[in-house]
Design a protein around this ligand. Structure first.
Ligand SMILES: [Zn+2]
Ligand SMILES: [Zn+2]
Length: 317
């Protein structure tokens, strides 16, 4: 993965000289999580090096915005705040008007709707901003909670893993059921093989999830970052429900193909669009895995149809 300094190096203007002060300001900014007002950054910098002027810090902030290192956000307070864009997945904000804290989240469903609207209006959308103003859970209950900001990238990876794990689990259930109902020996072998693969991958994903928690044990306590209406119960849950209503070998293969295709498209579509991150890698690896399963099922389906045709023509003779 690209390091922060490589990322910044790439964004240095052509012929732009290295500036020790600027690099220092950038490093301090990148150490912060959350949404920083310019004055807050000035305080942080000047606490470490009082020789750096306010004007230099402001200029550097603007440079970071232009270079794509920082994003400017306006929470309607009459001043801008700044957040990282480096390894910081895009997101929407919930903003508490009582304590001025902001909370990040991302919803696939909202993004899909926004895209749909832009497309229908032939609008080349570049960026969409969604801010929900109100009162946070702590302010509602009058509880004074200390400011804990988890790194969005880690929450993103956590939730990406949760979706992938839910999908593996539902896939395992689907193939186990499909293997049990299929009468054809060859079909049964294929479903068993896929059930075993899902089980193995599930184990790997769960290990990865445990590793992530070992790095930051507080991670589990943070609220959901990534919202995904359809995928929460696993993308194969609908397929398993279809099998329950009764299906033969051919139907089971077709339902499997539909689920794997949907799953592949889901993980590929979002994986491609995410910023470089662990969450992106999880999605794209998973998309590849689903693609392989999809190809296998399509081959099996064709094979089954061929065998059925051969059987029919044998009978005719
Ligand atoms: Zn609040
Ligand atoms: Zn933010």
């Amino acid at each position: 993965m690209q390091s922060a300094s490589e990322f910044i190096e790439q964004r240095r203007p052509a012929g732009g000289r290295r500036s020790g002060k600027r690099d220092f300001i950038v490093q301090v900014f990148l150490r912060q999580e959350g949404h920083l007002a310019a004055d807050e950054l000035v305080d942080l910098i000047r606490a470490e090096d009082a020789r750096i002027s306010r004007a230099t810090i402001y200029r550097t902030l603007q440079w970071m915005v232009d270079a794509g290192i920082a994003r400017k956000v306006d929470f309607g307070e009459g001043r801008y705040r700044f957040e990282h864009s480096y390894r910081h997945p895009r997101h929407f904000h919930l903003i508490c008007k009582t304590c001025n804290q902001s909370y990040e989240f991302l919803s696939f469903d909202i993004e899909a709707l926004v895209e749909e609207v832009a497309e229908a209006r032939n609008f080349a959308a570049r960026q969409s901003v969604l801010q929900i103003y109100g009162t946070c859970v702590n302010c509602q209950s009058g509880r004074k909670a200390e400011r804990v900001t988890a790194p969005t990238e880690a929450l993103f990876a956590r939730d990406a893993l949760r979706i992938a794990i839910a999908t593996e689990r539902s896939g395992l259930e689907f193939y186990t059921r499909a293997a049990a109902l299929t009468g054809d020996a060859r079909g049964r072998r294929v479903f068993r093989k896929l059930a075993n693969e899902e089980k193995e991958h599930l184990g790997k994903l769960e290990a990865r999830y445990r590793e992530l928690l070992a790095e930051d044990p507080t991670l589990e306590a943070h609220p959901t970052f990534l919202f995904f209406k359809g995928a929460a119960h696993g993308l194969f849950a609908a397929g398993t429900a279809e099998l329950r209503q009764g299906a033969d070998d051919e139907q089971a293969l077709l339902v499997g193909i539909k689920c794997e295709r949907g799953s592949h498209q889901f993980f590929k579509r979002y994986g491609d669009r995410f910023e470089e991150s662990e969450g992106k890698r999880i999605f794209l690896e998973f998309a590849d895995e689903e693609r392989e399963h999809l190809d296998l099922l399509i081959r099996e389906y064709r094979n089954l149809v061929e065998r059925q045709k051969a059987r029919v023509s044998r009978k005719r003779r």
